[in-house]
Design a protein around this ligand. Structure first.
Ligand SMILES: CC(=O)[C@@H](O)[C@H](O)COP(=O)(O)O
Ligand SMILES: NCC(=O)COP(=O)(O)O
Length: 248
């Protein structure tokens, strides 16, 4: 069981690509953002190649695979198209996420418990090509147990409900749900990551939860980068996370 206070920052660069896709230009290039993020202390780079290609493109993933010095966390839906793409490019780390075309952003976690056979087949297939697979799930014991059963070595707990909570009571409830999920995931021997909707004002409480391996943060970081630059946005976030984890 990991209880180290060291916590990694995975920088999600999807929304650099959102800005590029808004005009179909060559800029801003998410690959440049990834390299700047690494220089500023990111421990990894996360990209979500959506089925509708609304932000990240295949070209981005291929280039990142070649140039990153840290690691790429490749997020994908569990579809045959994505499985075949993963088998072609063989990312070292894959996070399986739920996905629908109509959603504004990833709503809820992957229902591993409700489709164990399908997720197990995907995890086994990706393990065969050497990927470490993580499952993006809600902080729910049923989903965590199912993730363990399907053989995923890692989970990422969806922090969106915590991020969206508006009253002190609901914030505290959602934070506790995440903290309980982390503790339970660790008892199952899983690597526990977390992310979604985290920003400069809500990240510290999550970073203070003992045992989280990595936080994946994107939208807020890209937004802040508009005002302070990408490197500063990353280093500010990293400093907040490390300080909170150290204090805890
Ligand atoms: C799975 C996850 O939380 C991220 O990949 C997130 O989905 C990226 O942003 P969008 O949902 O806006 O594409
Ligand atoms: N998996 C969560 C992620 O990569 C970042 O989500 P967000 O910070 O863009 O909401």
């Amino acid at each position: 069981m990991t209880t180290s206070n060291r916590i990694l920052l995975g920088v999600n660069i999807d929304h650099v690509a959102t800005l590029r896709q808004a005009r179909g230009t060559r800029y801003p290039d998410p690959v440049k953002a990834a390299l700047d993020a690494e220089e500023a202390g990111a421990d990894g780079i996360t990209v979500h190649l959506r089925e509708d290609r609304r932000h990240i493109q295949e070209r981005d993933v291929l280039l990142l695979k070649d140039v990153l010095q840290t690691r790429m966390n490749f997020e994908m839906g569990v579809t045959e198209e994505m499985m075949a793409f993963a088998e072609r490019i063989r990312p070292a780390h894959i996070c399986l996420v739920p996905e629908t075309r109509q959603e504004l952003t990833t709503e809820g976690g992957l229902d591993v418990a409700g489709q164990e056979a399908r997720i197990k087949a995907a995890v086994d297939r990706l393990a065969k090509i050497g990927c470490e697979v993580s499952l993006f799930i809600d902080a729910d014991e049923r989903q965590i147990e199912a993730s363990k059963r399907v053989g995923a070595p890692a989970i990422e707990l969806h922090t969106g409900r915590y991020a969206d909570a508006e009253t002190p009571t609901s914030v505290a409830e959602e934070l506790k749900r995440v903290a309980d999920g982390v503790a339970f995931g660790l008892t199952q021997g899983l690597i526990v990551n977390a992310g979604h909707g985290l920003h400069y004002h809500n990240v510290e409480a999550v970073a203070a939860i003992k045992g989280i391996n990595e936080l994946n943060i994107g939208h807020a970081l890209v937004a802040h980068a508009l005002f302070v630059g990408f490197k500063s946005a990353v280093s500010e976030m990293k400093a907040l996370i490390l300080a909170a984890a150290t204090k805890a």
